[in-house]
Design a binder for this molecule. Structure first.
Ligand SMILES: [Zn+2]
Length: 140
């Protein structure tokens, strides 16, 4: 079943799902390369990051999907090297553009490596806001 399909007439059974949502932020500079044929002037953003993790089953006794604190620590570990730097000089973005889209994908991939293995939990999405009105979302 494609859960992103929003057709109301769908007869596919709905699988109950829990989602856990955490947010973090970092402030850094970037300059998109090849932006209208040139590199943008260096400028800063207060980036906001939202991570959605989902799964069908809660852990036996605590009855949570996963530990908020552990997830938050993992996200902070991923985001910290992106804080107060020029993203164009940060290793993941020396060649790749530090666009909100690429930031979301990078954070998702790094976070996935830090999530507990072997559990029925998956990263549903990572959203990165450049401004309160503009965001990019990566769905792995
Ligand atoms: Zn920008």
């Amino acid at each position: 079943m494609n859960r992103r399909n929003c057709h109301l007439s769908s007869t596919a059974p709905v699988v109950p799902m829990y989602q856990v949502i955490i947010e973090s932020s970092f402030s850094s500079a970037h300059a998109l390369r090849h932006y209208h044929g040139r590199t943008e002037p260096l400028h800063g953003h207060n980036f906001r990051v939202q991570v959605v993790v989902e799964g069908k089953r809660l852990q036996n006794k605590v009855k949570y999907l996963l530990d908020f604190v552990r997830l938050r620590k993992a996200l902070q570990a991923v985001v910290k090297p992106l804080d107060h730097v020029n993203l164009n000089e940060a290793p993941p973005f020396r060649r790749e553009n530090p666009s909100a889209e690429n930031l979301a994908r990078f954070i998702c991939e790094e976070l996935a490596r830090r999530l507990p293995a072997g559990r029925q939990v998956r990263l549903e999405s990572v959203t990165v806001w450049e401004t309160p009105e503009m965001a990019a979302r990566y769905l792995p």
